[in-house]
Design a protein around this ligand. Structure first.
Ligand code: COD
Ligand code: ATP
Length: 229
């Protein structure tokens, strides 16, 4: 199985690229969706976060007020690190479960869309790594427009992540999403070709089909040896 990493900065265009991948039948595991699930009312993550941050972060229906928690953690790095520490085990297990489901389904290529791929050191599980890069002014403008947020809040969110230029240097494939959506589509064609090229032998043995082939070979080998000896 090939596990491709997709990352970048906040509002650099990961979801836009991830939608293009899904439209081309490439399954994507979205870490933001997993992190929403692990913070739902009553879950282990929810209990830990409420115990640490207090009931003030809850809405009247008991769900976490994400906007309020976001205000707190994106303006205070110690609190953000605390939230990351509390949720990290639940997010990694959630991502692992999604990968397992796709492995069982027999998917040969999957993409992990993880904003904090490098920060959480999940990059070691993925190859190749795609970084969606955007120039800083465009990133700020797109983030403020999408989230209807102030410049200060947007800058806090951008600064909460590893600088995008450092991520770009760690990438196997860089998508420069500073231009138009047409520009992005053009780059995406080449990326899709790279992502869906035939599996290497190692990737094949890690896929469900490879594991089944290995198992069948071992069983046949044992049976043959028993007959011969
Ligand atoms: C703080 C929370 C409640 C804010 O929720 P909100 O709905 O406003 O944002 P959302 O979850 O959609 O995230 C939007 C983007 O913010 C960035 N981001 C989210 N969490 C973090 C973080 N801890 N550090 C840096 N950037 C982050 C990512 O680029 C993400 O794509 C939420 O982001 C959260 O629970 N974060 C901690 C979990 C986490 O680390 N998520 C990232 C998945 S790897
Ligand atoms: N090439 C582009 N031209 C114009 N707008 C774009 C382009 N690419 C993305 N956008 C817009 O920029 C915003 C951010 O993109 P997107 O939501 O895909 O980023 P993201 O990296 O997934 O963000 P997050 O880290 O918050 O999940 C969205 O409003 C999206 O529609």
């Amino acid at each position: 199985m090939r596990i491709v990493g997709l990352t970048g900065g906040i509002a650099s265009g990961k979801s836009t690229v991830s939608n293009l991948l899904k439209a081309n039948d490439v399954p994507v595991v979205d870490a933001d969706l997993v992190s929403r699930d692990v913070l739902k009312k009553g879950t282990g993550g929810w209990k830990k976060v409420v115990a640490a941050f207090g009931e003030d972060i809850l809405l009247p229906n008991g769900e976490v007020d994400r906007a309020k928690l976001g205000q707190i953690v994106f303006s205070d790095s110690a609190k953000r690190q605390l939230l990351n520490r509390l949720l990290a085990p639940y997010i990694s297990s959630g991502i692992f479960l999604e990968i397992l489901k796709l492995w069982i389904k027999g998917c040969k290529v999957i993409v992990l869309d993880v904003p904090l791929l490098f920060e959480a050191k999940m990059n070691k599980w993925t190859k190749p790594i795609i970084v969606v890069w955007v120039d800083p002014d465009t990133q700020l403008r797109r983030l403020m427009a999408r989230d209807r947020t102030s410049e200060e809040d947007a800058r806090n969110r951008i600064n909460a992540q590893m600088p995008l230029d450092i991520k770009r240097n760690k990438a196997d494939i860089v998508i420069d999403n500073t231009g138009s959506l047409d520009d992005l589509n053009e780059q995406f064609r080449k990326v899709l070709f790279e992502v869906t090229r035939p599996l290497t032998w190692t990737e094949f043995w890690l896929s469900r089909q490879g594991a089944v082939s290995a198992l069948v070979s071992v069983i046949v080998g044992v049976l043959v040896c028993r007959k011969v000896l």
